[in-house]
Design a protein around this ligand. Structure first.
Ligand SMILES: [Zn+2]
Ligand SMILES: [Zn+2]
Length: 346
């Protein structure tokens, strides 16, 4: 089969022929019709996130496709079933795995970001049927972004629900693929008013369409923190979702967080969250870096989108051969929603 493989940090993907994975008992082979290209892939390629245990390696942790083959004992899915692949694989035995939060496993075995090969290939070996969520309406390539771009903000919004007062404000920073789902999910799951911040007017327009009440272009707003404090009549916001995670965005997040609020970081741009009460932070501000989502949350996200209660974000499709162009485009901010690689077109 064809796969896009990495031979080291700082190097482009190499498209090459590799053996199609073989599966054993309880395992499933998925024909990958869609693999979303994530911003964390850029951090990995650039060597900022050094998570790959051994090269060459196939990335791709946001996968969907059709079941191509099932191993002995597999009962929940059969050949031909359209599925989304949950990617936060764990050991199945540690505390967080047992509690159902496999993505927080003490020895993570995430698809595409561990020794397990990812979905930038025609076929993907999935170690257990329980990682597959069946699709009833969406085409797999349309559904691929649900496995991360929707799942990650879904967990963050769900965990912040107690802070989402209908008469308050939530701040969403960074309106890429995850940020757009963040706005949509806040709108679907709560009555809170939403402020969206980005450096790109086109993305802010999308945020408006997805349900943001107020948008700010941070490059055109000399004192953004003050503008947000004014908007909230000096109180600050009840919840922040920082999809960037730079020094600058984290300082803004903490600086405008109200007394008794929650700051959630999701982006990995390398900043440090500094909270010092009576200096840059108000009181009882909770900070959390949420990680991806769990299997049940993925089932919920798929249900929300398949039922039409949350609409998908804009998606662009690219053949495997164009994966290096996708890297360049995403890095330059030229992907409006999500770029999905289609290794095995339907
Ligand atoms: Zn990702
Ligand atoms: Zn575990």
């Amino acid at each position: 089969m064809k796969a896009a493989r990495l031979y080291g940090y700082g190097q482009p993907f190499v498209i090459e022929e590799v053996p199609t994975p073989t599966i054993g008992e309880g395992e499933v082979l998925v024909k990958v019709e869609g693999a979303g290209f994530c911003h964390s892939d850029i951090h990995i390629l650039d060597g900022e996130l050094r998570l790959i245990p051994k090269f060459p390696h196939t990335l791709g942790h946001e996968n969907a496709g059709v079941v191509a083959q099932v191993g002995r004992g597999v009962k929940a899915v059969k050949e031909g079933d359209p599925v989304v692949v949950y990617g936060g694989w764990g050991c199945g035995y540690c505390r967080q795995c047992v509690m159902g939060h496999e993505q927080l496993c003490i020895q993570p075995q995430w698809v595409g970001i561990s020794e397990h090969q990812g979905g930038y290939a025609e076929y993907l070996r999935v170690p257990s049927e329980r990682y597959l969520v069946k699709l009833s309406k969406l085409a797999p390539r349309e559904a691929a972004p649900l496995a991360d771009a929707a799942l990650t903000p879904y967990r963050a919004v769900k965990r912040a629900l107690p802070y989402l007062y209908a008469d308050g404000w939530a701040l969403v920073i960074g309106i890429g693929g995850l940020g757009q789902f963040g706005v949509k999910l806040l709108r679907a799951l709560s009555g809170i008013r939403i402020i969206a911040v980005d450096i790109d007017d086109h993305k802010l327009e999308l945020a408006r369409q997805h349900g943001a009440d107020v948008v700010f272009n941070s490059t055109k707003q000399p004192d953004l923190a003050q503008a947000i404090m004014d908007l909230t009549r000096g109180e600050g916001v009840q919840a922040v979702f920082d999809f960037v995670g730079s020094e600058q965005t984290l300082a803004l997040s903490i600086g405008v967080a109200a007394n008794g609020s929650k700051v959630t970081q999701l982006g990995l741009a390398g900043g440090t969250a500094r909270l010092k009460v009576l200096e840059n932070s108000r009181f009882e501000v909770v900070y959390e870096f949420t990680l991806w989502g769990n299997l049940q949350e993925l089932r919920e996200v798929v249900a929300l989108v398949e039922s039409g209660r949350v609409s998908p974000i804009p998606v662009e499709f690219y053949p495997l051969e164009q994966i290096n162009e996708v890297y360049t485009k995403l890095k330059a901010g030229q992907i409006a929603g999500r770029a999905v690689i289609t290794p095995s077109p339907a």
